[in-house]
Write a new protein. Structure first.
Length: 271
């Protein structure tokens, strides 16, 4: 075979291979585009409205023990150094934050090890504002869940079920945390309700108050039963009044520090 023929054969082979690779790449791109199109189609079913369920955290935000939950110390100054850095000292359970299973059991899942698929959830909002208006230690009860299901259909497995007591509007007032006599007073879940949600297969619960348990709880029954079961909670959520009872999806921006029992989180809902 002559050199010219060999060169032509090589060119032909390379051209064919390039064409094959181009077709393969195009096919792969088409598959990715189809997948992306499916995702966009799913998102298109929502209005695209994003609701921030997160309070701004500063050293004045109410905490369970009354101590500031965050301290910010400026360690690099823009005027001097051309950029700015703060050193943050944060208590895990301050502001809008997650309670991981490890918070109430010695060998539970840490916040860093929460399954990512459980941090994006269908959101079910149960309104107990009327009850909480008359009782600052009102509890979201099993009957409230049953009434929600009767009105809205089943609670999906893997859902986050949020209690809307209207308490978020009190966040700048002493009554967010306690009564005038200093005793804790704020709504929470009842153990009977969270036991029912565990049986349903909910992934998380959320409250617009300082604790998953009501303020007058002496035994933290919800914390001790819900969290060790591998589920998590979110405390001090905001803006639940901007959401429908069902149909929203919540995105929980959990912190990821090794061995953490929880931590401040950015929590968003998409309607």
């Amino acid at each position: 075979m002559c050199n010219a023929c060999v060169i032509e054969n090589v060119k032909s082979s390379l051209t064919g291979r390039r064409a094959f690779l181009a077709r393969s790449a195009a096919a792969g791109a088409a598959a990715v585009a189809a997948a992306m199109g499916g995702a966009k189609l799913a998102l298109a079913q929502s209005s695209g409205k994003v609701v921030d369920l997160t309070h701004v955290l500063d050293d004045k935000f109410p905490t369970f023990d009354g101590k500031p939950g965050i301290n910010a110390e400026k360690v690099v100054d823009f005027k001097k150094d051309g950029y700015t850095i703060y050193k943050l000292t944060i208590f895990e359970h301050s502001g809008t934050h997650i309670d991981a299973p490890l918070h109430f059991t010695e060998d539970g899942t840490s916040v860093a090890d929460l399954a990512p698929e459980n941090l994006v959830c269908p959101l079910c909002v149960i309104d107990i504002k009327a009850k909480a208006k008359d009782d600052p230690n009102a509890m979201l009860a099993k009957a409230d869940i049953e009434a929600w299901i009767s009105a809205n259909g089943d609670i999906p497995k893997g859902a986050c079920v949020a209690m809307n007591s209207g308490w978020a509007s009190k966040v700048a007032e002493p009554s967010y945390r306690n009564l005038p006599d200093g005793s804790f007073a704020f709504p929470g879940f009842s153990k009977e309700a969270t036991d029912m949600l565990a049986d349903i297969g909910a992934a998380a619960i959320a409250v617009d108050t300082l604790s998953l348990d009501p303020g007058n709880s002496k035994d933290f029954a919800v914390h001790y039963s819900w969290l060790p079961g591998g589920r998590y909670g979110i405390e001090n959520v905001n803006n639940l009044d901007q959401l429908p009872a069902k149909g929203a999806t919540v995105f929980v921006g959990a912190p990821k520090h090794r061995g953490g029992t929880g931590g401040p989180a950015r929590v968003m809902a998409v309607i």
